[in-house]
Design a protein around this ligand. Structure first.
Ligand SMILES: C[S@@+](CC[C@H](N)C(=O)[O-])C[C@H]1O[C@@H](n2cnc3c(N)ncnc32)[C@H](O)[C@@H]1O
Length: 152
């Protein structure tokens, strides 16, 4: 029978190996940021002081999607910050339990030398959910309060 669940067999090498080996994926993501920006604009999030939540699903070490104002998350989170200045932004990194989340947070906090949105987007809170995305990675109420996906 064909296998549909990647939980048991998929995991990336740790210690920052992933994003160093996949700069091509980073270029694709950086250039796709405008699609995410357009999606955020379609949501028209209210500047109401509530927590704005996003998730990076299958994030590996977080390096390919990271960025300051040029990387994918740098562009997207900078755009959200500019549009909803009153809202704290929570970014939930999700991957399989065996992912090297220590490396993810070192990269996100700029402790490995990469530029990071943490330096230029204020009121940011990076967290993790080490749970397969074939399962619930956060309580459903977090995503659909007031009928809106992706915002709190
Ligand atoms: C090809 S890497 C992509 C990493 C990064 N997002 C990028 O695009 O460069 C795929 C990632 O998805 C994760 N992954 C695979 N199956 C998963 C699952 N069921 N739940 C959560 N993460 C999963 C792997 O552990 C791996 O880190």
């Amino acid at each position: 029978m064909a296998r549909k669940d990647t939980t048991e067999f998929m995991a990336m090498k740790g210690a920052g190996y992933y994003s160093k080996a996949t700069v091509g994926a980073k270029h694709v993501m950086d250039n796709a940021a405008e699609l995410v920006l357009a999606a955020v604009d379609r949501m028209a999030p209210a500047d109401d002081g509530s927590v704005f939540r996003v998730t990076d699903m299958g994030a590996a070490d977080g390096g390919t999607s990271l960025g300051t104002s040029l990387g994918m998350w740098g562009q997207v989170l900078g755009h959200i910050r500019a549009n909803v200045a009153s809202r704290p932004i929570k970014i939930i990194y999700t991957d399989l339990p065996r992912n090297d989340f220590s490396q993810t947070f070192q990269i996100v906090h700029g402790q490995t030398g990469e530029g990071t949105f943490m330096n230029n987007v204020p009121d940011m809170y990076p967290l993790a959910s080490a749970t397969s995305f074939h399962l619930a990675i956060v309580p459903v109420q977090l995503w659909h309060r007031r009928g809106r996906a992706l915002s709190g």
